[in-house]
Design a protein around this ligand. Sequence first.
Ligand code: UD1
Ligand code: CA
Length: 466
Amino acid sequence: MDTISCIILAAGAGKRMGGDLPKAITQTREKALIDHLLDAVAPLNPAKTIVVAGHKQELLKSHLTSSPSAKGHRIEVAIQDQQLGTGHAVKCALTALGDFKGTVLITYADHPLFTTETLNLFLSYHSFKKATVTMLSFKAPPPNGYGKVLRDTKGGVIRITEAKDCNPEEALISEVNSGFYAVDSAFLKPAIESLSNNNAQGEYYLTDIVEKASKEGQTVAAFPLSDATEAAGVNNPLELALVNEVLAQRQVHRLQSEGVIFVDPKSCFLDAHVSIAPGARIGPNVQLRGTTSIAASAVIEGTAIIKNSTIGKGAIIKLGSHVEDASVGEETSVGPFAHVRPGSKLGAHCRVGNFVETKNATLNDGAKASHLTYLGDCVVGKDTNIGAGTITCNYDGYKKATTTIGEGVFIGSNSALVAPLTIGNGALVAAGSVITRDVPSDALALGRAKQENKEQWAKRRREGIK
Ligand code: UD1
Ligand code: CA
């Protein structure tokens, strides 16, 4: 295959998008529109990538200097001050193209779904056909706003007619132009110089180079896409939403093909930058947001929200749990119905059970709080057990204070631990205690009213003898 250079047309304002940004930097759920294209083209190793900028060009230029997608390219920005049409935009790129010899891949920045595989096949087809111009076409039922591909009786491509210039018969043609072309550099320059704007829109149409090539007797080919979804363009918020749906579906399909199990993928919502290792299992109704990462063999049972969090190997997040800005260690179990709030660091083999809330809490390996507990602004030592109903009283109405609990501690049920407080290793807090002073290591702390038993009292009351 020839060496290629790539021209990306990105000068348009995209007024129908509803904003005033260059359309090329409109964000999809993953990245800017133009970044999708840059990522798809990068593996083809273009000698030059010329981006034609126009409307608010400074914004597009600064995007190209910071975007990771631009890194794999030798980018040159060409300026088109007035948007006089796609043909004129390519004319503006010719100086930057210089004396490049080979195949020029011309693309439109508002088409984010093309894959490297498809572009590669397209370029192979162009080279196999020894064509001067090859276009990527696809089937779209009329009526639609795309340029129509006109073929002669032998099936040869003769020209593209824009929707606005079609006669009623041409308007019925269902093979349309995707806007991607492979063009021999020797043909491109003179063809672009010869374009006129004598058409319905008074624009210089790039598509007219197809007719020029066919009239000159050059080989013109059209590579029909089998999957028209890839050709989707973004001209308005509705089309952007459709593209986002496809991107979300691709993400799930990619994860499934890598070995992630989704019990009911349609009911799950994944942000674009979530990572899930093969062997993890995601139940129904799960939202994975932000930069969440899920390790191998972790299980998210279902109906959970996990945001900007790390879930370790073999961990299990049970039904109805909410985890945010937190880390959950290996083999740790959370829920059902647990609330793991920002700053929570749960070690390995921990247990945070039903109706337990943690906030800015570090639980070291093997620590357990199995039921009905609030752990805020605290450190819990290794293998410590927090009984049901325990509360760290971390707030006095003015400021927060910390509770530090050592290793192998046993906190009896329904205890109130009034911070600031330190409980030493191996200590035991009796159930129902209110602990306001530090507890030394290995001590028993009792912080409750002493029990009194009155013999036969209940019986006498029952029998009415007071
Ligand atoms: C174009 C094609 C049409 C094809 C369709 C596919 C032409 C004449 N028509 O129509 O056959 O079916 O794409 O989506 O090419 N741009 C510039 N400078 C300009 C004009 C456009 O850089 O002066 C850029 C735009 O930013 C955009 C791309 O070129 O990224 C396509 O322009 P647009 O106006 O969207 O073309 P369509 O009317 O959709
Ligand atoms: Ca368009």
